[in-house]
Design a protein around this ligand. Structure first.
Ligand code: PEP
Ligand code: MN
Length: 366
């Protein structure tokens, strides 16, 4: 699936090794804020591209909605003075036209736009025949299909130089984060769309500056190729997203502190040991699959037996007992409780499906 999509990464466009670092203010506020921040970022020597929002999607009206068209010129000036490529968010065809006219190097589609196929298509149509790199943030809601759909629309319009940006998801249960990372969705994207670069936006995941280092490190450990981190010359006074912005000096420290691990190593002992461990995993997975298949066969028998005796499939008491005993067993063996519960839920769901099939099967008359 999606094997027909062809990509070139933004990292290779900018000729940088892992990690790619994109930084700049959440919003371009004034010419001097933009230029000072950009120059300080350049001076750190850690930044490969400058970001700044020109049109800001705000949840409520009456907040600062971005400097608009005049702000684009500040961004262009920042590029002229630092030599760094520039990137900003586009949400409409008009934004695309203005950015291309001004010479913005890389565009990005924001989380609130990725959710809307009409808007994404409008942007894709405006980009047809234009060779500009585009980054696509994940949609606000945890819907992988929407994310892939947006990437596909742009790719079909001829955009090859692309990256996905993981910025976390709106969720009732977001823990300490502003947007729940739901790392498994970003991992799933990497497997569903091979060849597409994934960059992390730890600022919008974290929502506060304290968590940015930890989230950035986790992203690199999951083999993402870079980070987009918001920075501001005076973060507390920022007109948007103040709590999550860092000074250029703090940004440099965060980047310096990152440990870059490679996804493979040529060391022979490492390879041999990894090979042996993987063999064990393969063997255990085979056994797990075999045991699951056996378990389902027994569920099928139980279904048949219940049917013959007119008994319901679901018996809440039995289910509660299963959960309770397995969770304590798992705990005793060092398994995470949440993991055991998730696993049981999946197995139980499938078991009910199997039994339902048996119940509803019309006996064939011979
Ligand atoms: C931003 O990058 O400033 C922004 C608005 O991000 P998102 O679309 O991820 O909310
Ligand atoms: Mn922001």
């Amino acid at each position: 699936m999606n094997k027909d999509m062809q990509f070139e990464s933004i990292s290779s466009v900018l000729k940088v090794d892992r990690p790619l670092v994109i930084s700049g203010p959440c919003s371009a506020e004034t010419e001097s804020q933009m230029l000072t921040t950009a120059k300080q970022l350049k001076a750190t020597g850690k930044v490969h591209a400058l970001r700044a929002g020109i049109w800001k999607p705000r949840t409520r009206p009456g907040q600062f909605e971005g400097a608009g068209e005049p702000g684009l010129q500040w961004l262009v000036k920042a590029k002229e003075e630092t030599g760094l490529p520039i990137t900003t968010e586009v949400a409409t065809a008009a934004h695309v036209e203005l950015c291309l006219k001004a010479g913005v190097d890389i565009l990005w589609v924001g989380a609130r736009t990725t959710v809307n196929p009409f808007s994404v298509q409008e942007i894709a149509d405006a980009l047809r025949g234009v060779d500009v790199p585009v980054m696509v943030k994940n949609p606000v809601n945890p819907d992988l299909e929407l994310w892939i759909g947006a990437i596909e629309r742009l790719n079909r319009a001829g955009i090859r130089r692309m990256a996905a940006i993981h910025r976390g998801f709106s969720s009732f249960d977001k823990g300490p984060f502003r947007n729940a990372p739901m790392w498994d969705l970003a991992i799933e994207l990497k497997t569903r769309v091979p060849g597409l670069e994934v960059i992390c936006d730890p600022s919008h995941i974290s929502g506060n500056r304290e968590l940015i280092s930890m989230v950035s490190q986790k992203a690199l450990d999951l083999d993402m190729s870079g980070v987009m981190i918001e920075s501001h010359l005076n973060p507390d006074a920022a007109w948007s997203d103040a709590k999550q912005q860092v000074t250029p000096a703090a940004l440099a420290k965060i980047v310096e502190g990152l440990v870059v691990r490679t996804s493979s190593s040529n060391n022979k002992t490492f390879k041999d040991t990894l090979g042996l461990l993987r063999e064990q995993i393969d063997q255990l997975d085979d056994e797990i699959m075999q045991k699951l298949a056996n378990r389902m066969k027994i569920s099928e028998k139980i279904g048949q037996y219940k049917k013959e005796n007119n008994v319901t499939i679901l018996q809440v008491g039995r289910w509660e007992e299963i959960v309770q005993t397995r969770v304590s067993l798992g705990k005793a063996m060092g398994l995470d409780e949440g993991f055991t519960r998730d696993l049981l839920r999946l197995v139980h769901h499938e078991s009910i499906q199997v039994q339902t099939k048996v119940m509803n099967k019309v006996e064939e008359r011979v």
